[in-house]
Design a protein around this ligand. Sequence first.
Ligand code: HXC
Length: 256
Amino acid sequence: MSYEAIQVETHGKVGLIRLHRPAALNALNDQLMDELGDALQKFDADEGIGCIVLTGSEKAFAAGADIAAIVDHTYIDAYKSNFITRNWEHIRRVRKPVIGAVAGFALGGGCELAMMCDFIIAADNAKFGQPEVKLGVVPGAGGTQRLPRAVSKAKAMDMCLTARMMDAEEAERAGLVSRVVPLDKLMTEALDAATVIASMSLPTVMMIKDAVDRAYETTLSEGVLYERRVFHSVFGTEHQKEGMKAFLEKRKPVFK
Ligand code: HXC
């Protein structure tokens, strides 16, 4: 598949995907979401890649679903085409870590896409919001579910009901993003973080992602039980032997 609405690069063991519809502030249409799904799947399957970074432009990560593309949708169109489910959730099936590097607007579906990443590093000009209410619609790609889990019910209700945007500083305070950096440092920070992750044992990293995600899907006791089973299983891996021996031998581990 050749890409028009995204750009794809590799930086060592890091796969970088840049949303690229500059004339529409990266509004998310079917073509873009299909291309994004394809690129994510390819990086996930690529043995040489250990971590993925998803970003947009300096002005917009993504300003939401492409309103012009869906304005005339009927209920039956949305239902029959399996809108959202068909091509918006590929990112949740990726087993390697995905970092969202967000600058500028992350609104509506753009905020929802950012929240589907494993964590978000934000530039100081980032603005997050769920302005769907102003369009007479509700968030449709997880905004009413992931936002309350990320920032509390109070802030999620406030944002979804009033459509107000949250700036980067508030987003960090509320726990929506893990770090805020100056705009001109965003890509360095995100690629450095991804490079650190990609230097670790890939299966271990994938198990950690899987276990942390469990925290959102199950009870504490079930989640701890899941973690314990995974923890026991790591003693069957060579990477555990290498990682621990390297520490004791005061050298850097080499994870093959
Ligand atoms: C289609 C969009 C768009 C969108 C911006 N554009 N957002 N086109 N869909 N979501 C287009 C504009 O029409 C314009 O095109 C160009 O991008 C630049 O946008 P401006 O509005 O001129 O820029 P600015 O004045 O800087 O304002 C930026 C903005 C505003 C605040 C982000 O564009 C905005 O409010 N956009 C809509 C945000 C939104 O409501 N998102 C939620 C969408 S619904 P032209 O051709 O005029 O230059 C949604 C539902 C999700 O996401 C459900 C799951 C899929």
